[in-house]
Write a protein that binds this ligand. Sequence first.
Ligand code: ATP
Length: 464
Amino acid sequence: MSTIDSNTRRMEKIVSLCKRRGFIFQSSEIYGGLNGFWDYGPMGVELKRNLKDFWWRRTVRERDDMVGMDGSIIMNRAVWKASGHEATFSDPMVDCKSCKARHRADQLPEKGGAKYCPNCGSRELTEPRDFNLMFKSHAGPLETEDNLVYLRPETAQAMFVNFRNVLDTSRKKLPFGIAQIGKAFRNEINPRNYIFRSREFEQMEIEYFCRAEDGLALTDYWLEQRLRFYEDIGIPREKIHIVDIPDGDRAFYSKKTYDLEYEFPFGVSELEGIAYRTDYDLSAHIAASGKPLDYFDEVTKEKFVPHVVEPSAGVDRTTLALICEAFAEETVTDEKGNAETRTVLRFHPRMAPIKAGIFPLLKNKPELVAKAREIVDLLRPHMMVQSDESGAIGRRYRRQDEVGTPFCVTVDFATIGESERGEEGQGSNASGQLDTVTLRHRDSMQQERIAIADLRDWLLERIR
Ligand code: ATP
């Protein structure tokens, strides 16, 4: 199989696993779906939440120089006029004259110097024309031009227009940053590659305000912070390509931009952009609103417009990268000596949707079931656990492997001080194992014995 075929096959398997095990569903599926929109199921929502919580922890809670906010999705249209989005947030669109498919002109394949339609191969294409990606709506009952509003295409603008509010209320000194996680909407001409390019998605954005002279060094500082973040969620540095966007290709106001790209099965593609945006955004809002979004340095008595470094990451793209990175198939031998394929998501334990599967060895033995219940209640306030009582233990392990659960806990006869034949534990080693459980590791499939009393702290240490 060629690399392209095997990558396509890998992506198909990932998409199928995500549907089968409740990570990602097509939006409005029973009505045929809606192109560019996706729903997260019970596993997907936990994974995404773990990602966002960890980003918030690293970015806001563990730092003195960052604060968070949560802006509205719909803002005054004047924001988008001032930011330049109304005039220029567009992609060049072309139509294929033959099959009528619509494409982004800058993403068309080329053969012999000529672009062609990836759908039917025709070279008969319309001239590119600009298509604004912002979704429109109206605030209020009248669909008039005066009531026109946009769904935000990025979360960033709420942080710029609130710069003064945040500065005055948080009493931060430069350099400091504002962080925000939230939905953004872009009417992408061609949504594709699963949740990679969709029309509704989430962003995790930082606006880090600083003095002009520190902008370039802080851009490199944030590059390093963000690479560490990816490592800490299980995406190794070697899998991330850092693209230093050359002069001429950057936005005109940006003095430095790095794109962080990940090796997805469908190709190396952008996860995050880190842009040194100078004082462009605050200056644009000062000019348009007439409000003083500047900074007064109490020591030097200078007044100036801060510069900003913006690390902007996609929640959905990172979620997809986590799934792609974790997905593995391996050949293992079952208890009867037969080779079988084990599908496993090797998530970092802190990202895994379920931290531990809790199983009574037999579901028709009330003491085992009750003990397993006790363990669930013990762990539940601290982490996501799942109990599973049905099927052979091996099958239950496999089910947890498929959703990436790093640890499984089995309550067996030794736990309740009995041997397997149901006798009180004399003679066997069962009595020494009272109130211990079997702990099974997802990756090595090794098992060990651990006291129930130690279980919570043992797990917490590994999932934090
Ligand atoms: P692209 O070039 O892939 O369209 P972009 O450079 O326009 O992306 P930015 O405007 O820098 O993207 O947005 C910051 C981040 O938001 C991106 O790095 C990506 O993770 C995420 N993002 C942007 N557009 C989408 C989308 N359509 N679907 C999912 N995530 C997106």
